[in-house]
Design a protein around this ligand. Structure first.
Ligand code: NAD
Ligand code: GLY
Length: 385
């Protein structure tokens, strides 16, 4: 850390302005080593439970514990299995019972060290444990640094769909150490990149232009580009969350492509064959195609988005998805159970062009059905009975 607190060009601080619940997102390389000194002034006590998954534990737990202990924290750890299947009610119950069994107090902080799965699960645990204990996000995937680590959405999946059980509960601090991304598998980095592109497509066409020029180097791991993009994405997310913390309006724009994606993920069975960011890439292309079908934007906009995802190696077509027998009526049923359904009408994020996303509850069922029938047209890939 800079002892004299002069601005460090390699570090950025993004403030999430939420009144008494405001907090900083720190972005830069090497922040893990500073975890203890960064957390200490913000937490009521000096005890912490670090929750992580087995993969991240092998790579980054020692450094985190070392930094926390150096600052005087008494730490214990709790390790869950990696992957989306840990974001379920059974794991939630195990984690709650395990932590309660250790006899924690209301001043004990939970530290989420890992990707969106660990972050969403830990945030939920923190929000209900003893009616709320402080928590901190140390996101270690690109997706978690640019999206899930910021904004306070927590939760687990239900058999009925993704993220259907959860809370809004803000962390005290987010430490996005871009150096931790060095160990991230290329496929995971790519999946996280989708959520960066999303910000350009929502309301920032100049950022999308920039990504078209720099996206490949970024997904290949260029640290400066990653830091720039993570900080930019966090600023965008902070602005949206500050304006609509509990998603009564504009925050729903962050779900661009997600209504499709959640249905695809649920049908794929959360088994790792389809990552969240991969499903979102495909969903974003479908949202642009639907917008073009409904004459809100041009077909060239949808083609441009698909071309960018294809260029960096993300799925953009149904044919790029795992070779399941996708069943269009089942996908539509999943979409109808989305959290954003209101009075029985699905909410879609549509667009008037690159960077002009908007919410719509007026998508005709026939248009949706026709779009999905066309997308999953091959008889080998879909059943539309
Ligand atoms: P993840 O947490 O499953 O992590 C992906 C994989 O990367 C895991 O196997 C993990 O062990 C591994 N990993 C993590 N950090 C690593 C590192 N530094 N080096 C090597 N391996 C590492 O998945 P994710 O993509 O981070 O998050 C997806 C989840 O986030 C989904 O459940 C999604 O619903 C949720 N999400 C939540 C929000 C929100 O606002 N709360 C937003 C977007 C997504
Ligand atoms: N990832 C969507 C949100 O945080 O609102």
């Amino acid at each position: 850390m800079n002892a004299d607190r002069r601005p460090d060009p390699e570090r950025e601080t993004v403030r999430v302005e939420l009144g008494a619940r405001s907090y900083d997102v720190l972005v830069g390389a090497g922040l893990l080593r500073e975890a203890g000194q960064r957390l200490a002034p913000l937490l009521p006590g000096r005890s912490a439970v670090v929750i992580t998954d087995r993969v991240v534990a092998d790579l980054h737990l020692d450094a985190t514990l070392g930094a926390l202990r150096e600052a005087g924290f008494a730490c214990s750890t709790l390790i869950v299995e990696p992957g989306e299947r840990s974001k379920d009610l059974a794991t939630l119950a195990d984690v709650l019972e395990e932590i309660l069994g250790r006899g924690i107090e209301r001043t004990t902080a939970l530290v989420a060290l890992g990707g969106g799965v660990v972050g969403d699960l830990t945030g939920f645990v923190a929000s209900v444990l003893l009616r709320g204990v402080p928590f901190v996000q140390i996101p270690t995937t690109l997706l978690a640094q640019v999206d899930s680590g910021v904004g306070g959405k927590t939760g687990v999946n239900s058999g009925h769909g993704k993220n259907l059980i959860g809370t809004f509960y803000q962390p005290r601090l987010v430490l996005a150490d871009v150096a931790t991304l060095d160990t991230l598998p290329a496929r995971e980095r790519l999946a996280g990149y989708t959520e960066i592109v999303k910000y350009g497509l929502i309301d920032d066409p100049a950022f999308f232009d920039w990504l078209e020029g720099n996206g490949q180097a970024l997904v290949d791991g260029d640290r400066d580009l990653l830091r720039t993009a993570v900080a930019h994405a966090c600023r965008a997310k902070a602005r949206i969350v500050a304006g609509d913390e509990r998603e009564s309006g504009s925050r729903a724009l962050l779900n661009l492509g997600h209504t499709f994606a959640h249905a695809l993920e649920a049908e794929a069975g959360y088994d790792g064959s389809l990552l969240h960011g991969e499903a979102v890439a495909c969903g974003i292309v479908l949202a642009h195609r639907l917008s073009a079908e409904l004459s809100h934007c041009g077909a060239d906009d949808a083609a441009r988005v698909a071309a960018h995802f294809r260029a960096v190696g993300l799925p953009s077509e149904a044919g790029d998805l795992p070779a399941l027998r996708w069943h269009v009526p089942a996908l539509i049923e999943r979409m109808k159970r989305d959290k954003k359904v209101q009075d029985g009408r699905m909410t879609f994020v549509l667009t008037r062009g690159i960077g002009c996303a908007f919410l719509s509850r007026d998508v005709p069922q026939e248009a949706l059905r026709a779009l999905l029938d066309r997308a999953f047209a091959s008889p080998d890939r879909a059943e539309t009975r």
